[in-house]
Design a protein around this ligand. Structure first.
Ligand code: MIC
Ligand code: SF4
Length: 756
């Protein structure tokens, strides 16, 4: 398989060739016109005639066109793939090095430090890609989603990626879905990808953005309306005249952050803005091919005329009246207009001073974003202003970096004292070796990123992170305060005058085209069979996987309660990133962080619980290790939207490795729930949500009647308290018949091993 630095036009033509026939099948089967998301999904069904199409109910098998992996999740995905016994990936796959670069000094220095410090991991990823026919994007190439947007995404395509922000490619009318590594391995080994036929949320955009409002404000507002789990099990489809007024990268921003509402993915239609972006990024042939089937790359006309008949929920948003928003701290759905933040910060006691402003991440690092922010930097300088807080910029890709350097935009930021970091995730994922602040000091930062869970950026629980558009980040960083509203307030300049910042003026695309910058792609050799992939047995960063044991056919009884988490328990709480990214390829070592951030529902403490073997209080990872060594099986209990956030399957593999058998919660985030199933753990939800309250720290939990586990049935769980009293409760699950086989085999990977 040739995996190049772009999607071959033949692949795209192959996808377009089946549209006529398959969409007719879809219209006939559903008896009505189709939305765009339905069109793309139907065109990628393994069995378009036979697949169940009941929203939120049927499980379907899909055939994605591509797979993308990023370095922090790729290691585990490849370690799993390697055990499948294949010679080559069956679907075009790329690996992107972006998460492991720590931000400290400047882009160049930090990149060299990362190449040196992560050599073993990069060598592993480069060689494993060469061995199995995948493309490898070296460190420095940029953030996976920006590179995918520039090189691989195409209208009407479907891809999966081992990162929750894969939906970024929805900006180019692609159905792009974030998954765990085991899902990626299914597709890389030639099996279809299994997902519930999604519900559909339609967002009707009218009007046009103006003033300080930006595409980011659309999704900040949608997050306000739908909250962090409002999109669960649904694809969000944007349509209407407002949608057609946005740039392709602006649409990407909106789709990207759909991950924060738990949506399966988000998508916009193909339009002129997308065609312009494709041409500007050197893909004229692709734009021509898309133009020829453009009517298939948007919803049928009836949808816009009567959206209520097609979507499970329709949200109306008028861009002309949408004010700039800012969300946070600690959760991406806590939203308000920028103008109201000051009063709220005052009330809540959030530090009013801005201690840093950060622009970039996969959400907002396009050429347009950077030009808008740079214009504000120029304006501020011309008006005698400086930035009151440190400003950090991460370009999204080498192509964006080289282009903004050529166009003098980096110089604009530097003139304002900004530091330009490597083309990488950096401070967005705790890879920020922050020198100017200490843990324990309450402080506020503003970012153009997408997540703001505690400790997410600098590792400090006392940092309050607010997410907003790059324009607003610039304004608040220049002002140095949260209570600054650039639309209405003035700032005092160096000669004591009151001046007003001018609204950012961006350029959608570079007038002189993109500068590709340094060559950062490694194509696989034609025959990779001779490439050696080595994993040292003494490595502390990579470890060959041992298959998890198959189910023994018995009920699961007498489980200890390792953790009962209260409130938010995101994947950052279950398997922290930042310094722990170091161990993403070493299951045993990374298990040293398991549930470290969970809030103990019995004590309110973070990361510690009762060790039932001796009644001591210990850190969860320590208790998990001790239970593992003592052969004590256990369960983790979660609250609402358990496993919200990232796609990292470590949040499922670590519990499994340390002897968990089930995870029980009030509700789960989609990717985490699938990851648990794939790794052979039972994710169960309380049929009566108050039953969560029944579980005590010293109770023992049994899951009975497992031999009868079947789709659409409940599971009986027996809680035995220390005095021997038992309570029986009903729990729900979402297993399909096929997925039950994953549980029986011990993991989905064990099944693949049997089949390849
Ligand atoms: C994130 O933004 O949380 C990450 C880091 O990109 C994760 C993936 C990971 O944990 O490696 C995600 O979003 O899936
Ligand atoms: Fe990287 Fe942050 Fe985007 Fe995750 S959200 S892919 S950490 S830039």
């Amino acid at each position: 398989m040739t995996v190049a630095a772009a999607t071959p036009i033949e692949l795209v033509q192959g996808v377009y060739a089946t549209l006529d026939e398959r969409l007719e099948i879809g219209r006939r089967r559903l008896g009505r016109p189709l939305t765009l998301a339905e069109k793309i999904l139907i065109n990628h069904l393994d069995d378009p005639e036979g697949a169940g199409l009941e929203r939120g109910v049927s499980y379907v098998d899909l055939r994605p066109d591509r797979v993308a992996l990023q370095d922090a999740t790729a290691q585990m995905a490849w370690l799993q793939f390697m055990t499948a016994g294949l010679d080559e990936v069956r679907v075009p796959t790329t690996t992107h090095c972006d998460h492991l670069i720590q931000a400290r000094d400047d882009g160049k220095t930090d990149l060299l430090t990362a190449i040196d410090g992560n050599r073993e991991v990069y060598d592993f990823l480069a060689s494993v890609c060469a061995r199995y026919g995948a493309g490898f994007w070296k460190p420095g190439s940029g953030i996976i989603h920006q590179v995918v947007l520039e090189q691989y995404a195409f209208p009407g395509g479907m891809m999966i990626g081992t990162d929750s922000h894969t939906p970024n490619a929805g900006g180019l009318a692609m159905v792009a879905i974030g998954v765990g590594g085991a899902d990626a391995v299914d597709v890389m080994t030639g099996f279809p990808w299994d997902v519930r036929w999604p519900k559909l949320i339609g967002i009707h955009l009218t009007g046009e953005l103006s003033g300080w409002s930006a595409p980011k404000d659309v999704i900040l507002k949608v997050a306000d309306i739908l909250t962090v789990n409002g999109g669960t099990g649904a694809i969000v489809e944007y349509f209407g005249p407002g949608a057609r007024s946005l740039s392709a990268t602006g649409k990407g921003t909106i789709c990207n952050m759909g991950a924060e509402i738990g949506a399966t993915t988000s998508v916009f239609a193909y339009d002129d803005a997308v065609a312009r972006y494709l041409k500007s990024t050197g893909r004229e042939a692709l734009a021509d091919a898309a133009n020829a089937v453009a009517h298939h790359l948007r919803a049928d006309d009836e949808v816009e005329a009567d959206p209520g008949a097609f979507f499970d929920q329709v949200i109306e948003l008028d861009l002309s009246t949408l004010s700039p928003h800012i969300n946070g701290p600690h959760t991406p759905d806590l939203s308000r207009p920028v103008a109201d933040l000051g009063a709220e910060a005052e009330r809540e006691g959030w530090p009013m001073e801005v201690s840093a402003g950060l622009i970039g991440s996969c959400t907002n690092s396009s050429y347009e974003d950077i030009t808008r922010a740079a214009s504000i930097a120029r304006d501020a300088l011309a008006k005698g202003l400086t930035a009151k807080a440190p400003l950090l910029i991460t370009p999204g890709s080498e192509q964006v970096r080289a282009t903004i350097e050529r166009d003098g935009l980096l110089a604009d930021f530097e003139a304002l004292g900004a530091k330009v970091l490597a083309n990488a995730c950096g401070p967005c994922i705790g890879q920020w070796d922050r020198q100017d602040m200490e843990d324990g000091v309450p402080n506020s930062i503003v970012t153009s990123y997408n997540r703001n869970f505690p400790k997410r950026n600098d590792g400090y629980a006392t940092t309050h992170a607010f997410v907003t558009s790059p324009e607003t980040v610039m304004a608040l960083t220049i002002a140095g305060r949260l209570d600054f509203d650039p639309a209405n307030d003035t700032l005092t300049n160096d000669v004591g005058e009151e001046v007003r910042l001018t609204v950012g003026a961006g350029e959608e695309l570079p007038a002189d085209g993109f500068d590709p910058g340094e060559e950062t792609f490694q194509a696989p050799p034609v025959d990779g069979s001779g490439v050696e992939v080595s994993v040292s047995p003494t490595s502390d960063r990579l470890q060959v996987l041992t298959p998890f044991p198959a189910w023994d056919g018995e009920d699961i009884t007498n489980l200890a309660v390792l953790v009962k988490a209260q409130g938010k328990c995101t994947t950052d709480h279950i398997s922290m990133a930042g310094p722990w990214l170091r161990y993403r390829g070493h299951l045993e070592n990374i298990s040293g962080n398991v549930y470290m951030g969970a809030v103990n529902a019995f004590t309110g403490e973070v990361g510690t619980g009762l060790d039932v073997t001796d009644g001591e209080t210990r850190a969860y990872p320590e208790i998990a290790r001790r239970y593992h060594e003592a052969g004590i099986a256990w369960v983790a209990i979660g609250d609402e939207n358990m496993g919200e956030g990232s796609s990292r399957e470590h949040a499922a593999m670590e519990p499994r490795f340390r002897g968990a058998r089930a995870v029980m919660a009030r509700s789960f985030a989609r990717i985490h729930e699938t990851n648990l199933k794939k790794q052979g753990l039972l994710p169960l939800t309380f049929a009566n949500r108050d039953d969560y309250d029944l579980i005590g720290p010293e109770d023992r939990i049994s899951v009975v009647g497992l031999a009868d586990l079947a789709p659409d049935t409940q599971v009986e769980v027996v809680i035995t308290s220390p005095d021997g009293a038992t309570t029986s409760i009903a729990m729900d699950h979402t297993y399909s018949a096929d997925q039950i086989e994953w549980f029986k085999a011990g993991s989905a990977l064990n099944l693949i091993r049997q089949r390849t």
